[in-house]
Design a protein around this ligand. Structure first.
Ligand code: AMP
Ligand code: ZN
Length: 116
């Protein structure tokens, strides 16, 4: 499903440019336009799903693919062993601004906990 007014669906459809670093049948990954770490990549399922709240059982493989892509990109970027962070924000209280689920992969620096 493609949502005509969804920014990430437009990137997936090649209607808006992005620095795409990974593509598979289920997901794409591209560099965040406003990076919060030396590496900040967004890993996005091709199928439009607005929020974590909208997931159902048929999405389990698609979501699993996001984590496998994160693992692979962390290796490629060279920080798999040092460590990295993956985050998915859900709705306003968590700061979600693009309503097509995406895994943030952040690496290349140290992170603190708890997050802001
Ligand atoms: P979230 O706030 O979790 O919904 O994350 C949305 C992310 O998308 C933010 O980190 C933005 O910087 C990023 N973003 C917004 N527009 C673009 C774009 N055109 N290309 C790449 N990243 C984008
Ligand atoms: Zn979308």
């Amino acid at each position: 499903m493609t949502e005509s007014d969804c920014l990430f669906c437009k990137i997936i459809a090649d209607e808006i440019p992005a620095d795409i670093i990974h593509e598979s049948p289920d997901a794409i990954a591209f560099r965040d336009i406003n990076p919060q770490a030396p590496t900040h990549v967004l890993i996005v399922p091709r199928r439009h799903i607005s929020t974590i709240n909208d997931l159902d059982e048929s999405d389990t493989d698609a979501v699993g693919q996001l984590f496998l892509a994160a693992r692979n990109i962390a290796r490629q970027e060279g920080f798999a062993e040092d460590g990295y962070r993956v985050t998915m924000n859900c709705n306003a209280a968590a700061g979600q601004t693009v309503f097509h689920i995406h895994l943030h992969l952040l690496g290349g620096r140290n992170f603190t906990w708890p997050p802001g």
